[in-house]
Design a protein around this ligand. Sequence first.
Ligand SMILES: [Zn+2]
Length: 235
Amino acid sequence: MIQQKEVIILKIVIFEPHPDDLLMGAGQVIFDWIEQGNYIHIITVTDGRACYRKMEDDKTREALRMTEDEIARERLTEAKKAVDFLDLNPENLHLLKFPDAEAQDYVGNGIRKVVPIIRNTDRILIPSDHNLHEDHQATHDIAIGAAKALQLRNIEYWVYFVPQYGRFNKDSKDKLIIVKISEELRQKLAEWLQIYQSQKRIKNTWKLYTRYLKLTKEFIYGKYKYEDIGKFYNF
Ligand SMILES: [Zn+2]
């Protein structure tokens, strides 16, 4: 933590399992955090290559023609474009490039890679525990594993859900932070969504994202402490 006059500048590390979760997970708070002058780092865990698997009826012809290597390349480029859109330092984007849909096999490796990045952090933002998506769960496990390895007792742990993968349990009710979405923010998020053209080739996903960003009034985060780890359904 660096104190300059009255302003406290934080180092914040945000975890995204796939290149696009940053928007759905952190989109509601990241602009405020940037405006406050904080140092923001992004960790993108997987390469997103599996996004057209099991989407037989839903993907466009263009998607059908692409190899998974091409998809991964495009999605990692989209992660970089998002960092550019947010005007963050490109060096603060950490691409772990684990194979999409297999992140559970890379938790130990992930912890080793993440430890040096979160060493001096003040706040991390991570997917919830008990997550329906196994890569999102693996991302949670990597972040918590690294935090435990470093015994980060004095940092803030913020938790998010990408809407389709679960919700906060009642036991977290005193931990929740509700962020209202202003019209100005809604427009920025809609503009940001356009970066993820790879997702436009999955018709229902794109519909879901567009609708969500158009209609959601608020987003909910959970804010926890080190000693809360393992004591809550979501943390
Ligand atoms: Zn995801």
